[in-house]
Design a protein around this ligand. Structure first.
Ligand code: ZN
Length: 339
């Protein structure tokens, strides 16, 4: 029995020495000490050993088990240390190498301008509302008092999907949609992309952005409109900015006006930037046409309101003194990096 145990111990020792990985070491453990292992089967054979020899044999088996376990443990620690050392060598960092430059993007000038406009109007209690870019002719034109024979509907200006569906030419259809919901009062701005069948040049693009505003409540007057837009201009271009309202015509407002602000470069004395006039045109506005209110289910005898629309690109171009709108869309890194 003693020889048998010694043979098992020798074999186990040899196998452990041959193990060069942790999983192989574990295989050795299982094959000697496991349920069906070689040492375990010796214990199972104890019933054939004479009763008086059993304690001694049992002790010998236990000693053998302890030796194997101890050797397994030592080898395991040694292997783990070797693996760790190997990893450290692999992962060594050369601190003399130049660092990789992290290229972090940033906001597009259009986005910066949009967030600025949103900040101003949210501060005045307005809600920001979005709507579909592919829109029904009904909302894009009819409900905004633009009848079928209106020149704006000419195919030269509008991208038609079919005779009833267009790529919206303005963000005003969002206003019609909100008015139809009938939750009054309304105080909202609708920013978004719009589409016109224009040739690309320094001031035109077939796709650009508008921000439209709408207020509907009892007793809203042109004075509210003027006050709101004056405040907007001051917030956007500076406290000393003055505004000028010129009569204009839009089908969906009556009366309508275009708004100029004093040139923020020269303060109104005239310069190259404002073409010597001292004024810069920034937006169109007016009192919502009673017919538009009616078509959207609002009683024009009880409610009045005003609306305005401003080109987002126009604001970005003015604010950052960019002289060509195409720069905003060409994604030239050298241009965009400047903002
Ligand atoms: Zn000027």
């Amino acid at each position: 029995m003693k020889d048998k145990l010694q043979a098992i111990l020798d074999e186990a020792t040899q196998n452990i020495q041959d193990s060069d990985a942790l999983d192989k070491l574990n295989d050795v453990r299982v094959s000697f000490l496991g349920k069906k292992g070689k040492l375990t089967s010796v214990l199972k054979g104890m019933k054939d050993v004479a009763a008086e020899d059993r304690p001694k044999v049992g002790q010998m088996v236990n000693e053998t088990r302890e030796k194997i376990e101890q050797y397994l443990e030592e080898t395991k620690v040694r292997l783990e240390r070797a693996i760790r050392e190997h990893q450290m060598k692999e992962e060594v960092i050369d601190v003399t190498l130049p660092a990789k430059r992290a290229r972090v993007g940033h906001r597009h000038p259009n986005t910066i301008a949009l967030e600025e406009v949103e900040r101003i109007f949210i501060g005045m209690g307005y809600e920001v509302v979005e709507g579909p870019e592919v829109e029904y002719d009904l909302y894009n034109f009819e409900k905004l008092n633009i009848p079928a024979n209106h020149p704006a509907k000419d195919e030269q200006d509008t991208f038609y999907i079919n005779k009833d569906i267009v790529l919206r030419t303005q963000t005003s259809p969002v206003q019609a949609r909100v008015m139809e919901e009938g939750k009054l009062p309304i105080r909202m701005i609708a920013p978004g992309r719009v589409f016109r069948s224009d040739e690309v040049d320094a001031t035109h693009s077939p796709s650009f952005h508008q921000i439209e505003g709408l207020v509907i409540d009892r007793n809203i007057t042109f004075a509210d409109l003027k006050g709101t837009l004056e405040e907007f201009a001051k917030e956007l271009f500076g406290e000393e900015t003055r505004t000028k309202f010129r009569p204009h015509h839009f089908p969906f407002t009556e009366p309508s006006a275009e708004v100029d602000v004093t040139c923020f470069k020269c303060g109104g004395s005239g310069c190259r930037f404002c073409k010597g006039t001292g004024w810069i045109e920034i937006l169109g506005c007016g009192m919502v046409h009673p017919h538009v209110l009616e078509m959207c289910g609002i009683d024009p005898e009880e409610y009045t309101g005003f609306a305005f629309g401003v080109g987002l690109e126009r604001i970005a171009l003015l604010k950052y003194e960019i002289d060509d709108m195409r720069l905003l869309y060409e994604n030239d890194d050298r241009f965009l990096k400047q903002f």
